[in-house]
Design a protein around this ligand. Structure first.
Ligand code: ATP
Ligand code: MG
Length: 313
C-alpha cells in the first residue's frame, strides 16, 4: 500500500468578505480556515481514503488546533505535526481585488512552521511513506529545504516516487537559494504539476510543446498542466491529453490547484489511466472553487462521482 507524505506550511487563512485593495483600512473578515498548500493537498488526499501524513509545526493555540482537528478528521496521519510550546501558528490574510487578483499578509517564516526540522520521529515517519509531494511554496526557509531534500532522498532511495507542484509566485522565485532548491527537486521528480506558465520556469524551450518534450527528456515520467477554469492537460512520452474544466460557480479559487494535485496523485499512484485521473482531478479542482476557504472544498470520492455524473454528456 502506498502512503503519501507532504512537508511544509500549516496555516490559518482569514479572508476579507469584501473585494478591494488590501488591508490598509478596517474590513470585515471571515475565518480562521485551515490552510497552507501542503496541508490542503494532504487533506484532500485523506478525504479520498488514501493513507497519508504531513510533517509540519504549529503553535499550541486555537489556529493550530483548527488545523490538527480538521486534518485528523479527514484521515491524515498528524503524528508528524509538532506542537511548539512557545510557538504561534502561521497565518495568511487574503483579500480579493476587483480584478480577481489577491493581496496577502503572511506570517509564515516567523511562525511555528518556519522552524520545521526533522526529528528522529519525523525521520521514522518518512520511512513509512512511499510517495512525497513537494510544494514549491514550502521551500521558504533553509531548514525546510533541507528537510524536503532529505525526504526526497530517503523516499526515492527506497524505490518511492516524487510529485512536484512549483506553486510559486515569481516574486519569491528570486529569494536566495530558491531556484537551486526547485531545480534539485525537479531533477528527482516523477510527476510534475505546474499551472500554466510555470511549465516554462525551468526550461530553455519557450513553447508549451517544446517545454514538455524538454522536461520528459530529463526523465520526468509525466506532466500535468493546470489551466484554471479551462481544465488541464496530461503528457507522458506516449500520451497527450486535454480535458475541459467542469462548469461551476467560482466563489474562492484558493486551494483549487492543491485539491486538483492531490486527487491526480492519488489516482495515479493507484494505477488509474491518465484520462480517469485527470477527470477526477478536474472535478476536485472545480469543487474546490465553489466554497469559501481554501480547504473547505476538498471532496470525497462520492462527491467527485456526483459532479462527474451530473456533467456527463
Ligand atoms: P492555486 O491558486 O490553488 O495555486 P493553481 O494555479 O495551482 O491554483 P488552477 O489552474 O487555478 O491551479 O486550478 C487547478 C485546477 O482546478 C484546474 O486545472 C481545474 O481543473 C480546476 N479549476 C480551477 N478553477 C476552476 C473553475 N473556475 N472552474 C472549474 N474548474 C476549475
Ligand atoms: Mg498552484
Amino acid at each position: 500500500m502506498s502512503k503519501i507524505l507532504a512537508i511544509g506550511e500549516v496555516l490559518v487563512e482569514i479572508v476579507a468578505t469584501e473585494r478591494g485593495n488590501g488591508f490598509r483600512e478596517p474590513v470585515p473578515l471571515i475565518g480562521p480556515f485551515p490552510s497552507g498548500a501542503p496541508a490542503i493537498f494532504i487533506d484532500q488526499v485523506g478525504k479520498l481514503g488514501q493513507d497519508c501524513a504531513i510533517i509540519s509545526r504549529v503553535g499550541d493555540d486555537d489556529f493550530g488546533h483548527v488545523n490538527l482537528d480538521r486534518l485528523k478528521r479527514d484521515g491524515v496521519d498528524i503524528s508528524g505535526i509538532e506542537i511548539v510550546p512557545q510557538g504561534t501558528t502561521g497565518s495568511a490574510f487574503v483579500r480579493y481585488r476587483e480584478d480577481g487578483s489577491r493581496a496577502f499578509v503572511f506570517n509564515i517564516r516567523h511562525s511555528a512552521c518556519g522552524t520545521i526540522e526533522l526529528s528522529p520521529d519525523a525521520l521514522g515517519l518518512i520511512d513509512t511513506c512511499t510517495h512525497l509531494h513537494v510544494m514549491g511554496s514550502a521551500l521558504y526557509a533553509p531548514s525546510i529545504v533541507t528537510s524536503i531534500l532529505t525526504a526526497v532522498k530517503r523516499i526515492k532511495g527506497r524505490g518511492g516516487t516524487v510529485s512536484f507542484d512549483p506553486n510559486i509566485r515569481p516574486e519569491i522565485l528570486d529569494s536566495p537559494g530558491m531556484r537551486d532548491a526547485l531545480k534539485t527537486v525537479l531533477a528527482q521528480t516523477d510527476l510534475f504539476l505546474p499551472s500554466g506558465a510555470e511549465l516554462m520556469l525551468f526550461t530553455e524551450a519557450r513553447t508549451e510543446e517544446a517545454a514538455v518534450a524538454e522536461l520528459l527528456a530529463t526523465g520526468i515520467r509525466a506532466i500535468v498542466v493546470k489551466r484554471g477554469a479551462s481544465g488541464a492537460s496530461y503528457f507522458d512520452p506516449e500520451t497527450s491529453l486535454t480535458l475541459p474544466g467542469f462548469k461551476v460557480e467560482e466563489v474562492d479559487p484558493t486551494g483549487a490547484g492543491d485539491c486538483f494535485g492531490a486527487t491526480f496523485v492519488t489516482f495515479w499512484l493507484a494505477g488509474s489511466d491518465p484520462r480517469e485521473a485527470l477527470a477526477y482531478a478536474n472535478a476536485s479542482g472545480a469543487r474546490a472553487v465553489t466554497m469559501v476557504g481554501p480547504m473547505e472544498g476538498a471532496s470525497t470520492r462520492a462527491e467527485l462521482d456526483a459532479l462527474i455524473a451530473s456533467q456527463r454528456s
